[in-house]
Design a protein around this ligand. Sequence first.
Ligand code: PEP
Ligand code: MN
Length: 333
Amino acid sequence: MVVILKHGYTEHQLEEAIKAMEAGGVKVMISKGIDTTILGAEGNSATLDIEYLSQLPGVERVMRVSEPYKKANRKYHPDDTVIELPGGKKIGEGLSVIAGPCSVESEEQIVGIAKAVKESGATALRGGAFKPRTSPYAFQGLEDDGINLLIKAKKATGLPIVTEIMSTDKIDLFAQNVDVIQVGARNMQNFDLLKQLGKLDKPILLKRGLSSTIEEWLMSAEYIMAGGNNQVILCERGIRTFETYTRNTLDLSAVLAVKTLSHLPVVVDPSHACGKAFMVEKMSLAAIAAGADGLIVEVHNDPKNALCDGAQSITPDDFSILMKKAGKIANCL
Ligand code: PEP
Ligand code: MN
């Protein structure tokens, strides 16, 4: 971080700025030019309070020169992170595809879909048990029963299970029963939840927030990693823009950005990004071409009657076609 002093600053203001920086635990290097004096922070500047420094009387502006995320940063961890799931499949090495319904609805539904997506080559099964719905009157998920049904589907297929956690009071239930814990877009900045998940030895699928910048998303990953849990999978699921034709706008450039800035694996969710089943296949293929490590796709046996997100769910048959094409694209990269 560097602090640029105002033209005509006084000696007292210079001392005040240095004192404030030193109080934050860094060594200060002074560079006096003809027009500009710059104070450089040497050491860990993550603890410095930018807002406070910016409003000191002698200070013109404060600029960060390094990223505020460290553990998630590729600079300090050049190799790609590979996350191993129970059963030995890996996310971050080859193409991984997580598939399943938006919500777990019944044993027949989840076990049937699990068998079908396994047959097509899925890496893991998704299914929401605790659903973050915009309306309190909409289906909220089968909750604990939904987790039990996912466990049945796992027993029937061997597929690891991925499901969303919404609050810290379910941490033990998830830690004991779920293979990959999903943090949904709406909870990307639920810092209490992220801190608790940081204490687990369990992969976390961290979705990008509805209107979050790439840096905010990586800072949320940093929250989990700061607690000691380095098993974070990032998920680009579309962001809010002015466009209303699609549910969100799939930001595929974020895949490249995040793969450059971070060593963490990135998967793409074309279902929530577009909100339309007919776009899922093509956007999945585009995501693979853009360098994604995998996909998370909503698959439903009866999309028209799905209790949640039927319009964006593809059928098991369409999923099978998607998997064949995805394999071809991945092979030619
Ligand atoms: C989901 O995956 O079911 C979900 C609710 O996704 P998001 O948090 O991306 O909206
Ligand atoms: Mn959904």
